[in-house]
Design a protein around this ligand. Sequence first.
Ligand code: FES
Length: 124
Amino acid sequence: MPKVTFVNPQGPGSQPLVIDCKKGISILDCAEECGARVGHACGGNLACSTCHVWVHAGIDSLPEVSDKENDIMDKAFDVRPESRLGCQAKLGDDDLVVEITEESLRAWLDENPDERKKLRAQAG
Ligand code: FES
């Protein structure tokens, strides 16, 4: 079972979170299993780019980026060579190290307004 490490599961400054995930599930599914905040405005239907993550290790074990994923990624901010859409990148055999993009964290908070309120309250 590959391990996935989310380096910023709850946003900037949060402690990394490591989870064992089944091969073949997506990074987004894996995030949902462990509570890491990967946004998914379109519900994983390859239409939004809010699930944009950076894969810092293990990226070669993921399936190739499809033309459609590439098209959708054009809508994302700060696209890098290690960029993938979390709903499309299915785990292979290798462990992954994943950073959630600011765009994706923001989308997650939009989808979870109660958590946004808590953050605001903590910030004072
Ligand atoms: Fe919308 Fe991945 S959740 S493209």
